[in-house]
Write a protein that binds this ligand. Structure first.
Ligand code: I3S
Length: 132
């Protein structure tokens, strides 16, 4: 393939507000879901969920860590993504992301169009990073 991996990954960068909850922490299922709206950034093969949804988009893609505290960071290398089965949540448009370290997250947006672009970007990120 012509372009080096770092260039391919760059094109996947994405940011926005999503609903998310962590369901498993390194193999240990968490007792309770805690859905919250979160500013979410996909950059350099890492998905970062910030503590709140208030972070402005200005500069958010470039230097998100300066703007707010990350709550969860998920390395896409070795991760897997699927549409969550119905028994995982009553919400619509829910994605389930499993990280290589055995943690799981549900990611949701009411807009099917928006969640679909995240699905595509995360899935492509996983694929690019697992290719070599
Ligand atoms: O898996 P659960 O228990 O049906 O998840 C629901 C709970 O986390 C609930 O919180 P409370 O137990 O404090 O009511 C949330 O409000 C619901 O959103 C969760 O279910 P959904 O189906 O929305 O993921």
């Amino acid at each position: 393939q012509a372009s080096p991996p770092e260039e391919k990954i760059k094109t996947l960068d994405k940011a926005g507000v999503l609903h998310r909850t962590k369901t498993v922490d390194k193999g240990k299922r968490l007792r309770k879901k805690n859905w919250s709206a979160s500013w979410t950034v996909l950059e350099g093969g890492i998905l970062t969920f910030f503590k709140d949804s208030k972070t402005s988009t200005a500069g958010g893609l470039r230097q998100p860590s300066k703007l707010s505290t990350p709550e969860y960071t998920v390395e896409l290398k070795g991760a897997s993504l699927a549409w969550a089965p119905k028994d995982k949540s009553s919400k619509k448009n829910v994605l389930e992301l499993r990280s290589r370290d055995g943690s799981e997250y549900l990611i949701q947006h009411d807009s099917e169009a928006i969640i679909s672009t995240w699905h595509k970007a995360i899935a492509q990120g996983i694929q690019e990073l697992s290719a070599d």
